[in-house]
Design a protein around this ligand. Structure first.
Ligand code: CP3
Length: 334
């Protein structure tokens, strides 16, 4: 906790702002690079360009933290899986091969993901000293969603696809946990200051499995980070009031709120943790007045405690960068 505070909140007045998905499709300068680089994985493995994309929102908005341009699916890629990013559909993993996956070696993983680490190294050098560089991993459950093609739509998964596969899932989670920790270690060694775990689809876990599929795997990663003194933020999106149990069980240094969590509830219930985020990214599609009103609610709710200003999920592709700029200005003057 002290570590996260020091690094993310090193501003004198405890103020710090960055946004999930700050480097991405709402920025014209990203779209320009993307239009010339049709293969998304290749783009993530282009150290020069991925460092450049990481720094785009920093230059434009002077945010306090940069998040490395990469993807949670780079770990399954590093474990030998065939991943394609399909326009308007998202990532698809073809022919998931369990045997290959479980037998994949560290040496080969490190080699495949080396460009990600060199991008971090370059970016850290180019970033102003007082800004932090955030790296990330996807949580095992959120990665399983893609490995097994579980999602039917945003709110539903195909339960048939996990039924009776507990043993297999356990093996996959163990392998993922091991390699997610390796990926964290490599990223921090390359220069990242903080890690965020994205459990973006935690809200889709069947009720009786939340502990096994969300709490436990997150805790394993958090414990690893603590043993290495690495500041860590968790984002168990969509688990509603279970944020309380999650925080008490997993005990991360930082916890990122999704937009369903009321800030007043979080203030009252989430203790011994630095709170981050919460603001609904959809609010940025509305008028300035509505944006500032909603932002005020968060800033008032967390007045007096360390709070990292951020959103309750990633910036939407339709977002006007001008609105992002206004929100940051509003926050700085608050
Ligand atoms: O700015 C940043 O936050 C850093 C970069 C970043 C990306 N993906 C780049 C990206 C981060 C942190 C991620 C994490 C990620 N990737 C998550 C967790 C966060 C979340 O949004 O819930 C998830 C679930 C993914 C998987 C993924 N990658 C999806 C579903 C998609 C397609 C739809 C989408 O959200 O854009 C991607 C592609 C992707 N990852 C893009 C970017 C900039 C868009 C690529 C493009 O088409 O131009």
């Amino acid at each position: 906790m002290g570590e996260l505070k020091k690094i993310l909140l090193k501003k004198k007045n405890c103020k710090s702002v960055w946004f999930m998905r700050q480097a991405g499709r709402y920025l014209p300068e990203f779209k320009k690079i993307r239009s010339k680089n049709k293969d998304f994985i290749k783009l993530c493995l282009n150290s020069k360009l991925s460092s450049e994309i990481t720094l785009q929102p920093i230059r434009r908005f002077n945010l306090d933290s940069a998040i490395i341009f990469s993807d949670i699916l780079m770990v399954p890629y590093g474990l030998g899986q065939d991943i394609k990013f399909i326009e308007d559909k998202g990532p698809v993993i073809r022919n998931f091969n369990l045997k290959n996956f479980l037998n994949f070696k560290k040496k080969d993983f490190n080699k495949k993901l080396r460009p990600v680490y060199s991008a971090i190294k370059t970016t850290k050098k180019r970033l102003e000293k007082e800004k932090s560089l955030i790296c990330f991993v996807g949580a095992p459950w959120t990665l399983l969603i893609y490995l097994f093609g579980l999602k039917i739509n945003t709110n539903n998964i195909d339960l048939k696809k996990i039924k009776g596969r507990e043993k297999e899932i356990k093996k996959i989670f163990n392998k993922l946990n091991q390699f997610l920790c390796l990926h964290i270690k490599n990223q921090v060694r390359a220069g990242a200051d903080v890690v965020q775990i994205f459990d973006s689809w935690a809200g889709l876990i069947p009720k009786n499995k939340v502990k096994d599929f969300c709490f436990k795997p997150n805790k394993k990663i958090v414990d690893f980070c603590k043993s290495k003194n690495i500041p860590i933020i968790c984002f168990p999106k969509g688990i509603k009031k279970k944020y309380l149990q999650f925080n008490n069980y997993v005990r991360p240094h930082g916890i990122s709120l999704d937009y369903q969590i009321k800030p007043e509830w979080a203030y009252k219930n989430l203790k011994n943790v630095v709170i981050q985020g919460g603001l609904d990214p959809k609010i940025l599609l509305k008028s300035d007045k509505e944006i500032f009103k909603r932002a005020t609610r968060y800033l008032k709710a967390f007045k007096g405690i360390p709070y990292v200003f951020n959103l309750g999920h990633g910036l939407l592709p339709k977002t006007d960068p001008g609105k992002v700029h206004k929100l940051i200005k509003f926050y700085r003057n608050f």
